[in-house]
Ligand binder design. Structure first.
Ligand code: SAM
Length: 386
């Protein structure tokens, strides 16, 4: 495909998304109908689509309309690329720009457009992040790094880096966690590499790795909101004896295969059986949340979030904290974590929990920012006093 044809494909996919299709579904449909597209074409089209999704408002403003075509014009302008070089009407490239499209479009001065956030989230970001609100909102419009967790129970950092390099996957140590490598080249080869297939590395953001690294001497741990099992696997690699559970067992469907790859034994437990396994030295609550720290990876979620949905997350967080507390052994720890940068989901929830109980003490809270090394993440470490 020519660069122009890739842009034309992205425009069609963006229109399908604007009409209500999920981005992954729209991309898969296009890929199935476009057998001529090679892997580099598919990657380039995906990059265009996700770049626009991250800049949904500002691209529309720069392009002068809320269409896939205008947004793609806006995206090229933001990247300093003259749209005329790709919109040339040749072959499968998009039609030439009209006079109206070529006219400069002034960016509106409001912060929602400039920060690429829904208007209601601007004050929420300001309350949560103070002087960092703008820089964090803008950080969320960039591409996320691809980060690996080296499974130290099977491999050391330098061996993992060397194995990956042999297969054309270049990495650098990620300063956020001692187990983390950031991929700088060859990320698309990762899932076929020996290091990944043999469980020596797993894909996991460095902030999540850092949150698990800080948990001290291993014992019996419950990952109460295990989902795909990222935290459970990282805990097991540090030597914790892990029980994994989730209110929605379907969410754990990949966990047995991932655990087998990493050669970890994880006790996968139905939600109604958890009480019988208690107490635990550590209960890790990776709570359901807005995902605001990970919107680079899932930009549609940024535009789909509403105040009502945020309130629903808040209720779920309180419910899961309440459920977790009695499962912690005396002297044990409760870790509450989210991949959110919003105070209402983080410190406010821990404040609420602390106001409900005299049994737990808040030892420390840590916030990791959205930056070149990792996603926004929060964790609070509480200890059970009695
Ligand atoms: C942020 S995700 C977990 C991600 C996962 N820990 C990982 O590292 O891949 C939150 C999970 O919490 C689960 N969940 C929501 N409410 C719950 C509850 N009351 N009890 C247990 N799990 C719950 C959801 O089904 C979802 O899988």
């Amino acid at each position: 495909m020519t660069p122009g044809a890739r842009v034309a494909a992205a425009i069609d996919i963006l229109d399908a998304i604007a009409a209500g299709q999920a981005a992954e579904q729209a991309l898969s449909r296009w890929a199935r109908a476009s057998r001529f597209a090679g892997s580099k074409d598919r990657a380039a089209v995906r990059d265009h689509v996700f770049d626009v999704l991250r800049h949904w408002r500002s691209d529309a403003a720069r392009g002068g309309a809320e269409t896939g075509r205008a947004r793609m014009i806006g995206r090229l302008r933001a990247q300093g690329i003259d749209p005329d070089t790709l919109f040339d009407g040749q072959g499968h490239a998009p039609a030439r720009l009209s006079v109206a499209e070529r006219a400069p479009h002034d960016m509106p001065g409001d912060r929602g457009t400039a920060w690429d956030l829904p208007d209601w989230l601007v004050p929420v970001f300001e309350d949560s992040l103070g002087p960092h609100a703008k820089s964090q909102a803008l950080a969320l419009t960039g591409r996320a790094p691809v980060t690996l967790r080296v499974n130290l129970s099977l491999c050391d950092m330098s061996k993992a880096g060397a194995m990956l390099a042999q297969e054309g996957i270049e990495t650098v140590p990620n300063p956020r966690a001692d187990t983390a490598l950031t991929v700088t080249e060859g990320a698309r080869r990762l899932r076929n590499s020996a290091a990944y297939r043999e469980g020596r590395v797993e894909i996991q953001d460095a902030s999540s790795q850092a949150a698990v690294a800080a948990l001290g001497r291993p014992g019996r741990a419950l990952d109460l909101c295990a989902g795909g099992g990222g935290k459970a696997l990282a805990l097991a690699a540090y030597g914790w004896a892990v029980t994994a559970s989730d209110i929605d067992p379907k969410r754990m469907k990949d966990l047995p295969e991932r655990a087998a790859r990493g050669r970890h034994k994880i006790d996968i437990c139905a939600a109604e059986q958890v009480d019988a396994r208690a107490p635990f030295d550590l209960v890790f609550v990776d709570a359901p949340c807005s995902g605001a720290g990970t919107w680079r990876r899932a930009p549609e979620a940024k535009w789909a979030l509403t105040p009502a949905r945020l309130a629903e997350f808040s209720a779920m967080q309180r419910e899961v904290l309440t459920k977790a507390a009695p499962l912690v052994a005396p002297g044990g720890a409760l870790v509450y974590a989210t991949c959110s940068v919003l105070q209402s989901e983080n410190s406010k929830q821990v404040e609420w929990f602390a106001s409900q109980t005299s049994t737990f003490e808040v030892e420390r809270e840590t916030c990791w920012p959205v930056d070149e090394w990792g996603d926004g993440f929060y964790s609070a470490h509480l200890t059970r006093a009695d």
